[in-house]
Design a protein around this ligand. Sequence first.
Ligand SMILES: NC(=O)c1ccc[n+]([C@@H]2O[C@H](COP(=O)([O-])OP(=O)(O)OC[C@H]3O[C@@H](n4cnc5c(N)ncnc54)[C@H](OP(=O)(O)O)[C@@H]3O)[C@@H](O)[C@H]2O)c1
Length: 431
Amino acid sequence: MATQSVLIDKSAPLVPSLNSRRVAILGFGTVGKSVARILSEGKLAGLELTQVFNRNVERKRVPWVNRDVQWTENIDDVLASDVEFVVEVMGGVEPAKQWVKSILESGRSVVTANKQLIARHGAELSEIAQEHDCQLLFGASVAGGVPVITALEHGLAGDELQSVCGILNGTCNYILSKMESGESFRLALEQAQQLGYAEADPTDDIAGYDTRAKLVILARVALRTEITLGEVVCQPISTVDPVDFEYARELGCTIRQIGHAELVADKCFAAVEPMLVPASSPLARAQGCENVVLAQGKFGGSTAFSGPGAGGDATAVAVISDLVALASASSAPVIREMRTLPVSNERMSPYFLRFVVRDRPGIVAAIAAALAKFEINVDAVFQKPGYDKARLPFVVTVERCSSKKLQAALDEIALCEFLVEPALKLPIFGH
Ligand SMILES: NC(=O)c1ccc[n+]([C@@H]2O[C@H](COP(=O)([O-])OP(=O)(O)OC[C@H]3O[C@@H](n4cnc5c(N)ncnc54)[C@H](OP(=O)(O)O)[C@@H]3O)[C@@H](O)[C@H]2O)c1
């Protein structure tokens, strides 16, 4: 592989150097446009934008890119060109996968922000890159502008990471931080949609599927473990109610959607779910669209990364950083061995359980008896005054127990006629 440095020259003219590495962008949308803008500012001597590909490309043209840049809607123009690096920021799995594969097979490196592509086919595509002496970098695919992939892969390469978890979806975090101030889920979601943080169909975010794709990538990079999307259970945040935040506050906590992968014995635990997190944790401090990732190493302990998890410019920074890494690479990347472990969805944790009941004597005793049957110890019972007795919310916290046993107890409790809606169970983080 050729070696060459990228110099960040603040006074550099917009004239590309003769030795510049040529870059094509696939997809001129939010991220693609920001990548093009940074490249077009000409401050990165050594990287030169030469092609922009997009369907119906004429409507995408902007006057601020170099006039020598080729605008095309024919992918063969890119595949047959002399570009060295291709930035894939179209999104979607197909045709992105086929095109990225063809580019890697031609020995040219690819930088992508596409989490669905990398979560599903990252291992296969990385292997193709390795076989063809080029690289597939995907620093922008998790946590947008937070350089967490590079940090896990290189900055913490000296450690043996045991777990990785975090807030990986800005939309969910925006909604939950609004609910923390008393907003209903529905109103918080509407606000997120009005501000452009949430899609018209927010299912991917709310149900945890977006976080799940990022968790699969984090498990691969941090834990060197291949897990598949279907193996990760997801619990939606839509089951959380503002009253849960009131009770969480009594426990010194708040609620966040957490993606969590951890090596436990000879298995990999993986789940995406809303959890109680202590108010003192970096996870609790994440407000709005911020993302946070915590890595726990055998030797180095806990390391936190946080920052803007999305947005064209923040994500483009991660893409450009990968391009700089490619252009500056002085040797082939170190390939570390991957493992495939069975995935476990069973966790040991203390839990926060919220019940909504038609009040009558004996309810707490009935719940405690069902829990005791599965050897689960009640830690505390909380009941705030002022609620309608026909829809009374109250909370039971239980000591560390198996999630499977707890579900079995809740399945029994679900048969009780006093229950108005299914119980909400949230693991309590950090125990
Ligand atoms: N936006 C963010 O904050 C963010 C953060 C992290 C990662 N990402 C990832 O970055 C990627 C791009 O996201 P984005 O927000 O920039 O998306 P976007 O605004 O929808 O841009 C995608 C662009 O690619 C074009 N495109 C899509 N499919 C195509 C196809 N089959 N052939 C030709 N052109 C095609 C689209 O053209 P049309 O205009 O015709 O649709 C559009 O211009 C996604 O993988 C996303 O998950 C985004």
